[in-house]
Design a protein around this ligand. Structure first.
Ligand code: PGA
Length: 249
């Protein structure tokens, strides 16, 4: 049986509002003309999530947020709650992206709070984990990743569906990716960890970090890789469509 992939687009703070809306429309048109068996999730900037939900209202594409606050409502200037994203129609939320960890000082304790809140909603979490370059060079990559999984509690929280994205920090936006063996080894350690705890049979584990049209087929062919979290390449319509096509082969 074909192993359907999950392809998640993380647009970050890109592109401009108007270009973003045009890009959403153009991706929608292309996907409507294709036969797609993968799950496609687009996580645009929050300000165009509503546009995205309208544009993709008759589509197989789901919309997600790039983060969320763990409180339902409250005095948190500038934040948006998991409940707001759920109410507006988001089905997924990226949690613990390394850019949030670095730029907003998010630690595993806070990430646990976020996952715990999302657990009270219908949102499916996409937890990002990954080692730094120093951890990779010191042979501590898998320890770092397993610690993030453990401390965030994703392994123990009961969700109907949950997703982990293995994203080495040094691979994000750098054009560098780990070798096949390195990706396979981390994915199998994640799977080993999940298999020994909780109800994690259906959890999906994606790879993220410099996924592009050149390397995606190879990445998808690695044992244990259930899909991809795509940043830069998801902002170029032709590239994103090619990545979706690669999962169909
Ligand atoms: P990238 O970003 O594909 O541009 O490396 C991936 C991510 O940060 O999720």
């Amino acid at each position: 049986m074909k192993n359907h992939k999950i392809i998640v687009a993380n647009w970050k703070m890109n592109p401009s509002i108007f270009q973003g809306i045009e890009l959403l429309k153009s991706i929608n048109q292309s996907i409507n003309e294709m036969k797609v068996s993968s799950k496609i999730v687009i996580c645009p900037p929050s300000l165009i999530i509503r546009d995205a939900l309208i544009i993709f209202s008759n589509s197989i594409v789901s919309i997600g947020s790039q983060d969320c606050h763990h409180a339902e409502i409250g005095p948190y200037t500038g934040d948006l709650s998991y409940k707001m994203f759920e109410d507006i129609g988001c089905e997924y939320a990226i949690i613990g992206h390394s850019e949030r960890r670095a730029n907003h000082f998010e630690d595993n304790k806070l990430i646990f709070e976020k996952l715990n809140s999302i657990n009270r909603s219908k949102i499916i979490p996409i937890l990002c984990v990954g080692e730094s370059f120093v951890e990779r060079k010191s042979g501590l990559a898998s320890e770092a990743v397993i610690r993030q999984i453990d401390e965030s509690g994703i392994n123990k929280l009961e969700f109907d569906q949950k997703i982990i994205a293995y994203e080495p920090i040094w691979a994000i936006g750098s054009g560098k990716i780990p070798t096949r063996d390195e990706i396979m080894s981390i994915h199998s350690k994640i799977r080993e960890k999940l298999d020994t705890e909780g109800n994690n049979k259906d959890i999906k584990v994606l790879y993220g970090g410099s996924v592009n049209t050149e390397n995606v087929s190879d990445i998808f062919s690695i044992n244990g890789v259930d899909g991809a979290l795509v940043g830069g390449a998801s902002l170029k319509k032709a590239d994103f469509i090619k990545i979706i096509e690669s999962a169909e082969i």
